[in-house]
Design a protein around this ligand. Structure first.
Ligand code: GAP
Length: 453
């Protein structure tokens, strides 16, 4: 586990997991580009999520909705009126902060939502600006976090979606009409969401453009929901364990009743122990019938379910497991990061679970200036590359090549040496144990089929 964000950020840049975006223009507001290994890791996590929560279940289907959706959706959902954070500016250095975050850090008080109290608390405690040290603040005021843009043919503003969930609710009827889904069932979606966060930061923890993996799980309001809710919580936890989280770095945080959003009966977060402290990793909420009722009232369309077994028509309730993909990536990177060994033997190794490792196998010819070794190594590479994502590397000495693959988190390295030309075998080196075994080339596909699971 990485004990500092700096070490992880440096490795991500050095090895091509994530770069500061727009860097040649000086960077842009804490946004990041996933590099060649980062995008592989990201895609593997997405695929594992889809397999776990959609394909491996009989009660789930998926959709892929647009980022730009009808503005009325966000009025009905309450985002236009209430998706606000409280901000204050330092009068001295002009830096902007979340008022509730400053107060919570200084006093431990959670004053979300009350602007007057926040302003008073900042003054009373003489809370200092983290940037310049002065305690001279503007009044706290609300700021709507949705990004606005314009669309040809539409009067007024249109928003970049602040969560993926909206598209799921408004397609509820289409999914019912086109699929043989029966309650309880869920609709999943992975995609970008945008929030004009007052302060973004901590690498990919808080971004303004990020990706969510969300599920709306529709249930019968007359049946008990607590067990379904707990099962989803356990499934969320198991997913993070599959991504390599240690049990002790995950915990449950239940939102106190008095802090719940008006539509929520219960909200629980999975929190992760980041190097900067415990923070939200994903959420789970019972949203009741709030969303379907709101969209039904605002659109004039009935968003109901008909249960043919007992002739009942009703508006389903919804359990919402909501994952942030970038936070799942951050958690996976932090959990994989390992420093081990002493002196010459010291190494940094990313011990990713094999299923999400960006590269599964690296193939090395022992020397780059021996055409017969290169040809044999290429033959091995071609055999493996169509089944697993492989990398070919003939650059530098073998020790350095191992160190590079350790930092990328590649589970296996295959070296083709002079003996390979005689015995048609290669050396396979295991990332975690560093043990090396001699395996016949004809056995490699079998070997990796059994071991890359
Ligand atoms: N539909 C419910 C919803 O959006 P949320 O708690 O606001 O709930 C869900 O967001 C998840 O999305 C969070 O648990 C987090 O993983 C991720 N997330 C939210 N804001 C984010 C941000 N600014 N940067 C990165 N991830 C974010």
């Amino acid at each position: 586990m990485a004990d500092s964000m700096e070490k992880l950020v440096a490795l991500c840049k050095r090895r091509g997991f994530a770069y500061l975006a727009s860097e040649i223009y000086g960077g842009l507001a804490n946004s990041y580009t996933y590099g060649p290994y980062g995008v592989e890791l990201k895609n593997n996590i997405k695929q594992l999520w889809w397999k776990t929560f959609v394909h491996n279940r009989v009660d789930m289907v998926g959709i892929d909705g647009p980022i730009l959706l009808h503005p009325k959706l966000w009025e009905a959902s309450g985002h236009v009126g209430g998706f606000n954070d409280a901000m204050v500016d330092c009068k001295n250095c002009k830096k902007r902060y979340r008022a509730d975050h400053l107060i919570e850090k200084a006093t431990g008080k959670d004053l979300e939502g009350n602007l007057e109290e926040m302003s008073a608390e900042l003054a009373k405690n003489e809370i200092k600006c983290p940037n310049c040290g002065k305690a001279d603040w503007t009044e706290a005021r609300f700021f709507n976090m949705m990004f606005k843009t314009e669309m040809n043919g539409l009067d007024g503003a249109i928003y970049l979606r602040p969560e993926t969930a909206g598209a799921i609710f408004i397609e509820f009827k289409n999914v019912l009409d086109t699929n043989r889904v029966k309650i309880p069932f869920g609709i999943a979606q992975i995609g970008k969401a945008f929030r004009n966060e007052i302060v973004a930061g901590n690498f990919i923890f808080r971004l303004r453009e990020f990706e969510q993996m969300e599920i709306e799980y529709f249930i019968d309001p007359e049946k008990a929901w607590e067990d379904i809710f707990e099962q989803w919580f356990n499934d969320q936890m198991s997913f993070f364990l599959k991504l390599g989280a240690k049990e002790e770095s995950l915990r449950r945080y239940e939102h106190p009743k008095e802090k719940l959003s008006h539509y929520s009966r219960k909200t629980v977060d999975v929190e992760f122990l980041y190097p900067f402290g415990w923070g939200e990793l994903c959420g789970l909420a019972n949203r009741g019938d709030f969303d379907l009722t709101q969209h039904s009232d605002a659109s004039g369309q009935k968003l109901e379910y008909f249960d043919a077994t007992n002739n009942r028509r009703f508006v389903p309730h919804v359990i919402e497991p909501s994952f942030g993909l970038d936070r799942a990536i951050l958690m996976t990177l932090l959990s994989a990061y390992t420093e081990e060994g002493e002196g010459e033997e010291q190494r940094v190794v990313m011990k990713f679970p094999k299923v999400v490792a960006p590269v599964k196998i690296a193939v090395f010819p022992l020397l780059r200036n021996k055409p017969e070794l290169i040809a044999k190594a290429e033959e091995v590479f071609k055999q493996l590359n169509t089944r697993w994502h492989c990398e070919f590397d003939d650059n530098g000495n073998i020790g350095k090549r191992y160190r590079r693959q350790d930092e990328i988190g590649t589970p296996y390295c295959v070296t083709v040496d002079f003996d390979s030309l005689e015995d048609d075998s290669v050396t396979v080196r295991d990332r975690d144990t560093m043990e090396q075994s001699r395996i016949p080339i004809s056995e490699l596909v079998n070997y990796f089929t059994n071991n890359l699971v």
